[in-house]
Structures are given as C-alpha cells and as structure tokens.
Design a protein around this ligand. Structure first.
Ligand SMILES: Nc1nc2c(ncn2[C@@H]2O[C@H](COP(=O)(O)OP(=O)(O)OP(=O)(O)O)[C@@H](O)[C@H]2O)c(=O)[nH]1
Length: 499
C-alpha cells in the first residue's frame, strides 16, 4: 500500500496501460496482416483464373483457325475473312488473326503475281522497316498473306524471324516477344502451323506450307485497378524473359509513410496455359486501409475507458489511503492528548518521564493544582469550568519550550516535564512565570475568575531515581505549597522536605 503514497503511481499505471495497449495493437496488427494475406491470395487467384480463362480462349481461337486453314481449297480469302470475323466476335481477347505462307525463293515471283491477281495490286515481299524495303534473296520467305481486321500494310511482310525458327517437325506454338503496334499498344503474336500432319514421319518429311497467327493485345489481359485497394500492382511477364513485362497495372500508389511502416506482400505463380509461358506477379503494399476503422475506433474507445477507469481506481485508492492515515493520526492524537484543552494527557507525560528515567536523562517535573476551581463549576456551571481550564492551558502553553511536555494530569491538575538539568535560579524563574501566568483573572461573560495554583517541582535524579519517587516528590511539594498558601496566598513553593 506504500506505493499509493507516491504520485508516480499514476505514471506506473499509465505505462502499464501503454504496454497493454501496445500488446493489444500488436495482436490486432497480426490478425489484420493474416487477413490481408488471405485477401491477397484470393485476389491473386482471381487474376490467375481470369488470365487462364483468356489464354484458353486465345489458344482455342488459334487452334480453330489452324484447323480451318488445314482444309485445302482455292483461296480468295472471302471465306477466311468471314470465319475469322466469327472467331474474333466469339473470342474478344484475340485482337487479330493472320495467315502466313512459306514461299520458296524460286516461287516468289509467281506467288507475288498470284496475290496481285487476288486484288492486292500493291502486293510485294518486304521487310518490317517503315520504307518496306524489298527482301534480300534467301531460300524461303514467310510473308503475311491475310489479316483480320484487314491491315494491307502487313501483307507481304516477311516474318521468317518468327516462323523460320520453328523446327520442321514441330506442331508447337511459337509465342513472340511483345512488340508495339503502330498505335503504341503492346501486343504479341502466337503462331503455329496450319497443317496437321497425321503421323510423326509425315511431320518430319513435309515442312508446313501455311501458318496461322493470333495477335493478342496485352493491356486487356489485366483490368484497370482503380477499384482495387491502394498499393496493388499486377504484372504478367514471360517466365523465360524476366525483363519482358507483358502488362503492368497498378491501383492508387501507397503513401511514403505506408511504404515505410507497412509490410509488402508478393505472390508469383505460373499462369495456367499449355502454350503461353507466362508468370503472374501481384504485389500489395499494405497501408492504413488494411486496418478496419471500426475495430480501431472500438479499441481506442475501450482502451481509453480502461485508462480512465484505472486512473479513477488509483485516485480513489489514494484518497482512501490518505483518509485512513488521517484517521489513524487523529486516533493517535486523541490517545495522546486531552480532549478539552488539547494539551498532552497524563499517559503521554508518563511515557516521556519513563523514557527520561530509562535513559537516565536529567529532567524536572512540575505539578500544578488550581485553587478554588470547584466553586466555579458549582456556581457557574461546567461550561464556565471548561472555559477556565482551556484558558489556563493556553496561558501555561505560553510559558513552556517546544521540547517541554505540558499535560493535563486530570481534573484541575496540570503537569509539566522539562528535559535537562535545572538549577535553583532557573527553577525559581520557572515557578514565577507559571504563577504569574495565572494571576490575571479569567473572564467568562460578565464574570471574572481569579485563579491561583499550587506548584510542586521535583528533579530527576536528585529528588528520586524512579518514576514513582519523582512523582511522589513533585506531589508532596505541591501539597506543601497548597498548605503554605492557606495562610499566605502569595507564599512561594517551599523546598522539598528534608532538602
Ligand atoms: N468543568 C470541569 N470540571 C472538572 C473537569 N474535570 C474535573 N472537574 C472538576 O474539578 C473539580 C476539582 O476538585 P477540587 O480539586 O477539589 O477543586 P478545588 O476547588 O480546586 O479544590 P482545591 O484544589 O482544594 O482548591 C471537581 O469539582 C471536578 O468535578 C472538567 O473537565 N471540566
């Protein structure tokens, strides 16, 4: 209970509350982080499902167009265009379809003429550069011969760099690096042979004549993230080319403070696709939005109330503690003092005298008994007597030093214990002062009481070596003074009998 005495207990309570608050916030932050991880996992899965769905559509469109082209017929491209349009409507993730031919150098002239005959009067084999330079001589050319949506600028463009790398026996799909379309959009091509060989032997023997390609714009693969939580970035890149980002989408940026204080989550996974080697990466810089405002408000309220309650309890405990101390002090004071005059009581003086004798410290004891007190009580009532006793106590108090013990011995008797040696001159001086203090009449309303007193002094150890002897000596001397004053009221206290 001693701690209640110090004001620093408030600081202690506050620090304990602070520790509890930090612990609660740490637990809540842990829960919020685990929830954020789950949310992130779910978001990542959503993007992955969406990509898987889109890639499956792209692959299906490519396969369907390839199958369609494997049917041999005389081309005017009218049927091809009609079929390609249907595919583009059915698979909106596909931005365009192309048809590519393998043309041996020896056939180049005849092939160009045939294409011009089909209506493309401008047709020629050319490179990718803006001036459409003619192609150098080589064994095979791989020009684009058809595109939907129609883009005659690409017709005749040699894509040998992509298709020419395909092994003869391969039926596999080639996925190009991403490139910019004339409009600035990022896209990539997926190309595969259109002819389906029936046996591996046939595949090895006959190089494919026709190839089909799908053009995929990358931006629509990932939606805009404006409706998603801040700090989220989604990117898709080729698994084998980590520097090639296909698409990158981001929600609102996290603040600098959030970047510094909140963790960043990252998930990377392979996009489920049989032909397209992409990885999906989602990063989420957590921030304030990760924390539930309602939970924080509730925690702040509960913890705030807890702090107020704790401080209130401590304050109450302190008030009670000090009230108990005051009560104990009051009881101790009452046990040691006279209720009427406020002077020490007989017990206190006894204890002080006992201590002096026990420690063999010289001291002097004065007994003082009032004269003619009983008639005041009898004639003017107890209140008058009480008033006189209080006035006497007050006047005697003015005659003593701080370390003297002035006590009401009982009734109209007072006692004074003075520590230290006392010679005859000092004793005379003391008795004179005490007598004089009581000479002035005491007023009570209209009344005025003249009070005299008989005094007896005894010195330790000269007049007695025990408490009892000292008390007896002082008492005896006081009675002798009382007797002396019967004949002469102004007689001084006589010396002790036998001294
Ligand atoms: N008013 C009042 N009277 C008290 C109190 N205590 C004791 N007395 C009275 O004090 C009186 C003391 O009696 P005495 O010592 O014979 O009175 P006295 O008239 O001084 O007699 P002598 O000492 O012989 O002169 C008694 O009447 C007690 O009732 C008190 O607290 N208040």
């Amino acid at each position: 209970m001693g701690v209640l005495r110090h004001k620093s207990i408030y600081l202690g309570v506050f620090l304990a509350w602070l520790a509890l608050t930090l612990a609660v916030l740490a637990v809540y932050a842990g829960m919020a982080l685990s929830q954020a991880r789950q949310d992130h996992q779910r978001l990542h899965q959503q993007f992955q499902d969406r990509l898987g769905y889109q890639f499956a559509g792209i692959e299906t469109a490519l396969e369907a167009f390839a199958a369609f082209q494997s049917v041999p017929r005389n081309h005017t491209f009218v049927v091809d265009r009609s079929y390609a349009r249907q595919l583009l409507v059915r698979y909106p993730y596909v931005a365009g379809l192309q048809l590519i031919r393998r043309v041996p150098a020896a056939d180049a002239k005849r092939f160009t003429d045939a294409m011009r005959g089909l209506g493309e009067t401008d047709f020629r084999l050319h490179t990718l550069d803006p001036d459409r330079q003619p192609l150098p001589r080589k064994a095979n050319y791989y020009p684009v011969v058809f595109s939907e949506p129609a883009n005659p600028a690409t017709h005749g463009l040699d894509v040998a760099e992509v298709v020419g790398t395909m092994p003869r026996e391969s039926q596999q799909v080639i996925v190009t690096r991403p490139f910019r379309l004339p409009g600035g959009e990022l896209a990539y091509m997926m190309v595969r042979p259109a002819s389906f060989a029936m046996t591996p032997e046939e595949t090895r023997r006959v190089a494919p004549l026709t190839y089909v390609g799908v053009l995929v714009k990358t931006a629509p693969l990932v939606p805009g993230l404006s409706a998603f939580p801040a700090g989220l970035t989604v990117s898709v890149r080729r698994a084998d080319q980590t520097d090639t980002e296909l698409v990158h989408s981001a929600s609102a940026a996290a603040s600098a403070l959030e970047t510094r204080w909140f963790p960043r989550l990252a998930l990377i996974s392979r996009v489920p696709s049989s032909s397209q080697p992409y990885v999906l990466e989602t990063r989420w810089q957590l921030g304030w939005s990760t924390l539930d405002r309602n939970v924080l408000t509730m925690l702040a309220g509960v913890l705030g109330l807890l702090l107020l309650a704790l401080l209130g309890i401590v304050r109450l405990a302190r008030l009670r503690h000090f009230a108990r101390i005051r009560e104990a002090a009051k009881l101790a004071h009452m046990a040691a003092h006279d209720a009427l005059t406020g002077l020490s009581n007989r017990r206190t003086l006894d204890v002080a005298l006992d201590r002096s004798v026990a420690q063999n410290t010289p001291c002097s004891l004065v007994f003082l008994d009032l004269d003619r007190f009983k008639p005041i009580n009898d004639n003017h009532g107890h209140d008058a007597g009480d008033h006189v006793l209080k006035m006497v106590a007050e006047r005697l108090s003015l005659c003593v030093r701080a370390n003297d013990t002035l006590a009401r011995w009982g009734g109209d008797e007072f006692a004074l214990l003075l520590p230290g040696d006392m010679n005859a001159a000092r004793e005379r001086e003391l008795l004179r002062r005490l007598t004089q203090a009581l000479m002035e009449p005491i007023r009570w309303g209209e009344q005025s009481f003249s009070i005299g007193a008989s005094l007896g002094v005894a010195h330790y150890p000269q007049d007695g070596t025990t408490v009892k002897q000292v008390l007896q000596a002082a008492d005896q001397r006081m009675y002798r003074h009382k007797e002396a004053r019967r004949s002469n009221p102004l007689a001084p206290p006589p010396p002790l009998a036998g001294t």
